[in-house]
Design a protein around this ligand. Structure first.
Ligand code: EPS
Length: 397
């Protein structure tokens, strides 16, 4: 099973990740990891920090001659901004000069609860680790699992359907066409847009909405659409709560900073309709065995994959660092005060889509490993090919 941890502060020397449980024999290119890191840095509405950073990963363990060897893989991404923070973020010596403490929590941020929980009188350490900068390490780690899945014909991709209330019309036909090539074709198309949308008119409106929010010192959230193609039927399980794939996928997505909602398929729309208009009916085809003409379940039935494309949706709240302050107070003086601005982004929804792709990859990879086992890519591929073949041959009238 793949497990990983990340470490690192936003303005510390580096971010890192240790990824354990990757099977052997998977060809990993540093270029692909760095491509994904670059995708995460894109998106209209990012702040000044992205001009400083140009994220690149180093691999310190777990690889030989370009392939995984089954041992833990250590990834490191240096923070370029660290050189500007060596005093404020000094790991050992407390600076002799007085360092300004941060004592006014931002509403909606981890600031207040984090300070109370860890007993700080300065918000700085909370800011450092709660920051979404950490997602760079998660994208690097998740890319390893993404590459593993891609080698087995399973692809993950996303686009953004809504920013600050500006919503894409349902791009169903375009979506079906892109997804028929695999979910990465969808991601490539979305990446052509600065807001990772599929429709030009909506893209222009979303860009204008971000400009307007920036002018007003405000921030915007949005909605991410995530797709996983090529997953066979029967990954995950209904038999125990902790083997339910719906829950594992939702948990991974909700672990992303500022994500506050997850939907599987058309779940909220389905909740308003009778069952006869919701459930995807089953048909038999001579070529493909069982088929469905709709996918309102989002590729998951009974917390297992149905063999259809997995479709998840995630809601990101607007970032809680606003230039125009909200009401807050000073934790030191207990005086009511406007909240303090900490450099941030106006909108990071396009980047969060790339993060969502990365965090679900280990979940799907683990569902695959739970079903089929195996320690080397070739062994796993053989088992998957056989499993796919058996499924194809059953139920063919
Ligand atoms: C973030 C604040 C900003 C963002 C950061 C997330 O960083 P800084 O405080 O250095 O300006 O740019 O995102 C990243 C650095 C990143 O790599 O995504 C926050 O408070 O969460």
């Amino acid at each position: 099973m793949i497990r990983y941890f990340t470490a690192g502060e936003s303005h510390g020397p580096a971010l890192s990740a240790i990824v354990e449980g990757m099977p052997a024999g998977i060809a990993i290119s540093l270029e692909e990891i760095n491509n994904q890191l670059a995708r995460r840095q894109q998106g209209y509405g990012r702040g000044g920090r992205m001009k400083i950073e140009s994220d690149k990963a180093e691999v310190l363990s777990g690889m030989r001659f370009g392939k995984t060897i089954g041992s833990p893989i250590t990834l490191v991404i240096k923070n370029r901004d660290w050189e500007n923070w060596t005093t404020i973020m000094a790991q050992f010596e407390k600076p002799v000069e007085k360092i300004a403490t941060i004592t006014i929590p931002r509403p909606g941020h981890a600031d207040l609860a984090g300070c109370i929980k860890y007993g700080f009188d300065d918000i700085r350490p909370v800011i450092e680790r709660s920051s979404a900068r950490e997602t760079a390490a998660r994208v690097a780690a998740g890319t390893l699992a993404k590459i593993f899945l891609k080698a087995l014909g399973i692809e993950i991709g996303s686009y953004i359907s809504s920013i600050g209330g500006v919503t894409e019309p349902s791009p169903d036909a375009q979506l079906d066409l892109l997804l028929s090539e695999g979910a990465e074709a969808l991601a490539r198309q979305a990446d052509l847009s600065p807001v990772r949308m599929l429709t030009n008119a909506t893209e222009a409106e979303a860009v204008a909405a971000i400009d307007k929010a920036k002018q007003k010192g405000d921030t915007l959230g949005g909605i991410i659409e995530l797709f996983i193609t090529g997953v066979p039927v029967g990954f995950g399980s209904y038999v125990q709560h902790d083997r339910r794939l719906d829950a594992a996928l939702a948990s991974a997505i909700l672990s992303i900073q500022a994500i506050k909602g997850v939907e599987i398929g058309a779940a909220f729309e389905n909740a308003r309709k009778p069952g006869s208009e919701v459930h995807d009916e089953l048909y038999l085809s001579t070529r493909d065995g069982v088929i469905r003409k709709t996918n309102r379940a989002g590729g998951l039935e009974g917390s297992m994959t149905s063999g259809q494309t997995i479709h998840l949706r995630a809601a990101m709240k607007p970032i809680s660092s606003l230039v125009t302050p909200l009401q807050s107070f000073d934790m030191e003086t207990l005086q009511p005060l406007p909240s303090r601005f900490e450099r941030s982004d106006t909108c990071a929804v396009p980047a969060a889509g790339v993060v969502a792709e990365a965090v679900v990859a280990p979940v799907i990879a683990n569902a695959l490993l739970e079903k089929l086992g195996g320690d080397h890519l070739d062994e796993i591929r053989q088992r998957l090919d056989l499993y796919r073949e058996n499924i194809r041959n059953s139920f063919c009238p």
